[in-house]
Ligand binder design. Sequence first.
Ligand SMILES: NC(=O)c1ccc[n+]([C@@H]2O[C@H](COP(=O)([O-])OP(=O)(O)OC[C@H]3O[C@@H](n4cnc5c(N)ncnc54)[C@H](O)[C@@H]3O)[C@@H](O)[C@H]2O)c1
Length: 169
Amino acid sequence: MRLKDKVALITGAGSGIGRQSALLFAREGAAVVCVDVNEQAARDTAAAIPGALAVRADVSSGADCERMVAEAEKCFGRLNVLFNNAGIMHAKDDDSVSTDESVWDLTLDVNAKGVFLGCKHGIPALRRAGGGSVINTASFVARMGAATPQIAYTASKGAVLAMTRELAV
Ligand SMILES: NC(=O)c1ccc[n+]([C@@H]2O[C@H](COP(=O)([O-])OP(=O)(O)OC[C@H]3O[C@@H](n4cnc5c(N)ncnc54)[C@H](O)[C@@H]3O)[C@@H](O)[C@H]2O)c1
């Protein structure tokens, strides 16, 4: 079991990649903190994992990110893995001419600022635990042009990739 005795926090754990990662991490022995802005979805994933904690948090809020990490440490005593997975692709995200500023702002707030805030509040907890792992979900569009116009999403994932390189250094 690759994650025996590890505590892992996963954002966007209520659906898709985040939910499947939560189930996989648990099978590998981790204690899992299932974070989602959709509280019911976080609870549904946590209910499928014995001992898992569900936390409602919006990753674009600094206060929520601080609280999700505090709740993880309060429940399990430490944090070893921080998986900044939550992300959105807005239905009205389009090319640079057609995309509303509000769509740009929301997408960058969740996808890029959300990763920054996860690290801002999660990395001190990893350090308190003596070290740990940070996983950030970008996308191939960070490296290649997308065939479907999605200017805000593409920019946000470029930011995640660049941020992750700097974090690694
Ligand atoms: N599915 C793909 O093909 C694909 C490809 C490349 C990258 N990604 C990235 O992988 C990650 C997960 O994608 P997915 O396909 O599983 O998406 P999904 O929509 O199935 O799940 C995303 C989850 O994040 C939650 N969420 C949304 N905004 C949030 C916020 N502000 N705070 C906390 N939680 C929030 C949603 O409620 C949802 O449960 C995203 O970052 C996405 O951009 C997905």
